[in-house]
Design a protein around this ligand. Structure first.
Ligand SMILES: [Zn+2]
Length: 306
């Protein structure tokens, strides 16, 4: 029973309807025919982690092939979601970089409890992954050009914006100013971290203010939006770049499409909130394929310096 309640809570977080025990609610799936109809010969048994199926075109390839292709589907160019580690390894020359401010950790200042205490959530994630928070900051060279990259990890409470992300973001800006380096932020987030309440929302003002200092120092800020970028991120530094760029097919917005549809009571246009739609409507400067990202960033650094 406890497990079921937890799942409902996760569903609420992502904006889905809670299932609960209400038997009168319509069911999502209705079984039309009984039994499993797939013949044994057609069944696919693949060990977890070895093979990967593209959610877009169903192309199946090995995880090694996919990682060599920077987690982009070789057939349809679908960009799989990856974490900060992967971005750092393919962007920085020879995979060499220095991580900054990794000693800062989130803590439960408000004693916030939903279905479990916030501190317990944090402890569980710390036990499961090496991540200290939803954003990591690193510096290194991209085709010889110095860069500071702040990158979010969706794995860590949906890449949510809390006090630690705000602080790391700000210190990264200070570091850029001190060392005269361009700043790249790779966003991938559901928005503000509700467990930090108003402290989370204060980060919107803090990060935006910090960016004006970077601008005053004449240093470029590039905002790369990846799938998905929502809420407090797109409402603050996500859209404040000197250049706002995105990966192909990324879902970017403030509220989710379902919420908007229910509010305006109208069907949404095709491709709504995808990068291509945003580019067409003037919210983005350009879309960049992951395989061209490194070269593009190096070019931009040179361009901004001259
Ligand atoms: Zn594909």
């Amino acid at each position: 029973m406890k497990k079921e309640r937890e799942e409902d809570f996760e569903a609420n977080l992502t904006g889905e309807d809670a299932q609960g025990e209400d038997v009168n609610k319509p069911r999502w799936f209705k079984r039309i025919r009984k039994g499993i109809l797939t013949s044994t010969a057609d069944k696919k048994e693949t060990p977890e982690g070895l093979w990967n199926k593209c959610p877009e075109c169903n192309y199946i390839c090995t995880t090694t092939e996919l990682s060599e292709n920077l987690y982009v589907c070789p057939k349809c160019n679908y960009h799989h979601r990856i974490g900060s580690q992967d971005y750092y390894e393919f962007l920085f020359d020879n995979k060499e970089y220095t991580e900054l401010f990794d000693q800062i950790r989130s803590k439960d200042a408000l004693g916030f409890t939903d279905l479990k205490p916030y501190q317990k959530r944090l402890d569980e994630i710390h036990a499961k992954t090496d991540l200290k928070d939803s954003m990591r900051v690193a510096t290194g060279k991209i085709e010889g050009e110095g860069y500071v990259i702040a990158c979010m990890d969706f794995e860590f409470i949906g890449g949510s914006l809390g006090s630690v992300m705000g602080e790391k973001f700000s210190r990264a800006v200070d570091y850029c100013i001190e060392h005269k380096l361009p700043y790249l932020v790779i966003s991938k987030s559901g928005g503000a971290r509700m467990m930090e309440s108003a402290f989370s929302l204060m980060q919107l003002a803090k990060t935006s203010g910090k960016l004006s200092q970077l601008s005053d120092a004449g240093l470029p800020y590039i905002s790369l939006l990846t799938d998905p970028t929502f809420g407090g991120i797109s409402a603050s530094f996500g859209m404040l770049g000197d250049l706002n760029i995105a990966e192909p097919g990324a879902l970017i917005g403030f509220a989710g499409p379902r919420v908007i549809k229910e509010t305006i009571k109208k069907d949404l246009p095709e491709g709504f909130q995808r990068s291509e739609f945003l580019l067409e409507h003037g919210f983005l400067d350009f879309i960049v394929d992951r395989k061209n990202l490194k070269q593009k960033l190096a070019q931009l650094s040179i361009h901004f310096r001259s």
